[in-house]
Every structure is written in structure tokens, then in C-alpha cells.
Design a binder for this molecule. Structure first.
Ligand SMILES: Cc1ncc(COP(=O)(O)O)c(C=O)c1O
Length: 366
């Protein structure tokens, strides 16, 4: 990428004047492991999401693995998932011992198709993983009904979807398990970090112990008794301090992704060669990447790059990795979607002038 290109992803880092004093203070405070800064960050995040049961962890991948542990995935249990995601969604199912069953996607938005998932449910199905890819929200009306009908829990992978909504409620409030990633290029970053959001206090308390080897941090080490094995998935005070500063800006930053996404939805409709995605009913995307389908994709990419705009499909479909070979099956809609989809820059760094330029460049054709 040339230095002057409009990037497709870019970390939002608060101003030096605000961030550096906070970081310096925690670094020399004598307490840089999990502590008060983490608990403050959790409280701010809970308020933002509107769910009192949110746990900070070291990564979105850790949060996914914890969710599968909490569900109790055993070797051989089936987990229905999507290939249209970043790899950690699916490697963490394997970490937990689960067998992946690939659902096909809706060819109009690349999100898991409820009809395909329904056809794959067996008595061995222990979880359904919904990836709100690129900030678009899966068909939660259909999936929530399916989850209740079969008694199978949903894990929402909302790594791309901070600030998105279903029926007016923030993602993170709507299913037994939702995870977020605070990795470098997400809507909000703590350099690395993640959240697990659950719906019950007892589940949260168990997750909190699993986050720290199985120990109860509320008791002294000498009084502790590990009853089940946990991990070292805690967030530390340094990452949490970045998070506490980020929380001052998150509404505004996420709002800028959403404003740009809505602008493109209107400005790019009806352009020959472009098909806009269909959003699921009652959902509000948070547009981490602006996603659409395009004819002659390679030509489109060349034309946009020549105009100084980074565009890319960004992700490698998971089902073609050798690791997941045993799960391979025909996914005709995924094939169609995968050949056509593209992302264009949509984030906080895209100002009005830049987004107009992007639209005008596309309108000139390729
Ligand atoms: C869809 C998706 N799920 C999960 C993850 C894992 O998050 P993390 O990198 O914080 O472990 C990522 C990305 O990094 C992702 O894009």
C-alpha cells in the first residue's frame, strides 16, 4: 500500500495528550496485572452495551474458547459455523474439541443462512455460531427462534460488530454468549483484548474463574480450591487503561463508521455492476467494513487502487484450510458470494470529502 492511499482498516488511537498520561500513570503504578483498571473498563463496557454480565479477556479468541468451554463442548460434539469469517472463529471450535459443520450463507450478504442451519441440526449439535461479518448482523429473528425451538445455544461472534443492534438492543445483550475483539484493527482497540458477554450471573462467575486458571480472585490464594481447569485469559491493567481512554470516544468513533455506511447505502444504490447487500430484518449494522458485491472484481480492485483507495475481500474462507478438511461439503451460495464480495473503506478516518471521492470514483466505472 502506498502511504497516501485511503486504507481499508486503521486503528483509532486517542490523542497522545490524553492517552500518554494515563498509560504512564498505570505503567509506573506498581500494579500492571489484572486489577482496578480492568474492573473499571468492564463497568464502562457493561454500561455501553447495556448488559451487566460482561467479562474482559485478553483476546476475542479467548472469549470464543471460553464460550465453548462454558457450553461444555465435548469431543465429537457438532458446532454449526460459517466459513465466512476470520480463522479464530473456527480454530477455537477445534480448540474446544468440537466438530465443525459448515452452514451455507445467504448469497446476498454472506451471513449464515437460517434455512441451511436448520437442515444441519442433529442431536449432536451443541452450538450455533453466528458471525456478524464486517458489522452486518445475522438474521437474529430467525436464529433466535431456531435456538429456542431446538434448545441449542447461540454464540454470537461480534468481533466485527461492536455497536450493532437487533430490535434496538446492542449486540452483546441478545444471546447466551456474545464475544467482541479489541484487536488492533477493530472498531475499538486496546492493542489486544476482548469481551465475553453472557446472560446470567452464575455463568459470568464461572467464566471469571476460567479466565484465571480456575482460581477465585475474590479469595486469598491459600483459601482457593481449583475445581476445574481454567486458562490465563485475563486482561491486564495496561490494555484496560487504553480501553478506559477509548471508552470516552467509542460512541463517536463507532458512529462515524455507521454514518459512512449509511451514506454508501444511499449513494451506491443503482450503480451498474454493484449489488448492495441485504440487511436482515430488525438489525442495524455497525459497518466495520463496507461490504457489497461487484462484477469483474479484479478489474474493480485495480481501478480503485490506481485511484488511491484500498479495497479487498480481506478474508480467506475457512472451509478450504486443511485443518477443517473433515468438515468439507458443498456450499453453493458461499461459492457465489466468495467470488463477488468486496470491502471499501468506511471507518472513522473516512471523512465526507473522502467518501464522496470514493463514490465518484466508483461511478466512473471500471
Ligand atoms: C470474526 C472474528 N472472530 C474472532 C476474532 C478473534 O479476535 P482476536 O484477534 O481478538 O483474538 C477475529 C479477529 O481477529 C475476527 O475477525
Amino acid at each position: 500500500m502506498k502511504d497516501d492511499m485511503v486504507p481499508l482498516v486503521k486503528p483509532y488511537i486517542p490523542d497522545r495528550d490524553v492517552l500518554m498520561p494515563a498509560l504512564e500513570s498505570i505503567l509506573y503504578s506498581g500494579y500492571i496485572a489484572e486489577g482496578q483498571a480492568v474492573y473499571d473498563f468492564e463497568n464502562r463496557f457493561k454500561e455501553y452495551i447495556g448488559n451487566p454480565y460482561c467479562l474482559a479477556v485478553h483476546s476475542g479468541t479467548d472469549a470464543l474458547h471460553l464460550a465453548f468451554r462454558l457450553i461444555g463442548i465435548q469431543p465429537g460434539d457438532e458446532v454449526i459455523s460459517t466459513p465466512m469469517t476470520a480463522e479464530p472463529t473456527n480454530t477455537s471450535i477445534v480448540m474446544a474439541g468440537g466438530k465443525i459443520v459448515w452452514g451455507d450463507v445467504n448469497p446476498h450478504n454472506g451471513l449464515l443462512d437460517p434455512a441451511s442451519v436448520r437442515s444441519l441440526i442433529t442431536e449432536r449439535t451443541k452450538a450455533i455460531v453466528l458471525v456478524h461479518y464486517a458489522g452486518m448482523v445475522c438474521d437474529m429473528n430467525a436464529f433466535t427462534a431456531l435456538s429456542h425451538e431446538f434448545g441449542i445455544p447461540i454464540v454470537e461472534d461480534a468481533a466485527h460488530a461492536l455497536g450493532s443492534k437487533w430490535r434496538g438492543l446492542m449486540t452483546g445483550c441478545n444471546s447466551p454468549y456474545t464475544i467482541f475483539s479489541l484487536q488492533a484493527i477493530k472498531h475499538m482497540t486496546t492493542v489486544d483484548g476482548g469481551f465475553l458477554c453472557v446472560k446470567e450471573e452464575t455463568v459470568l462467575n464461572r467464566a471469571r474463574r476460567l479466565r484465571w486458571f480456575g482460581l477465585d480472585k475474590g479469595r486469598s490464594r491459600l483459601e482457593n480450591d481449583i475445581t476445574e481447569v481454567g486458562y490465563k485469559y485475563a486482561m491486564n491493567n495496561v490494555n484496560a487503561t487504553i480501553g478506559n481512554v477509548q471508552m470516552q470516544y467509542v460512541r463517536d468513533v463507532v458512529g462515524r463508521y455507521i454514518a459512512n455506511g449509511r451514506y454508501y447505502d444511499a449513494a451506491l444504490s443503482g450503480i451498474p455492476g454493484i449489488s448492495l447487500v441485504e440487511y436482515a430484518p430488525d438489525t442495524e449494522p455497525s459497518y466495520w467494513l463496507y461490504t457489497m458485491r461487484v462484477e469483474r472484481r479484479d478489474d474493480f480492485i485495480k481501478m480503485m487502487e490506481a485511484a488511491g483507495i484500498m479495497v479487498s475481500p480481506l478474508h480467506h474462507r475457512s472451509d478450504t484450510h486443511s485443518l477443517f478438511k473433515a468438515s468439507q461439503r458443498e456450499l453453493p451460495n458461499m461459492d457465489k458470494w466468495y467470488a463477488e464480495y468486496i470491502h471499501i473503506p468506511c471507518g472513522w478516518w473516512v471523512d465526507e470529502e473522502t467518501r464522496n471521492y470514493i463514490v465518484e470514483t466508483i461511478k466512473r466505472g471500471w
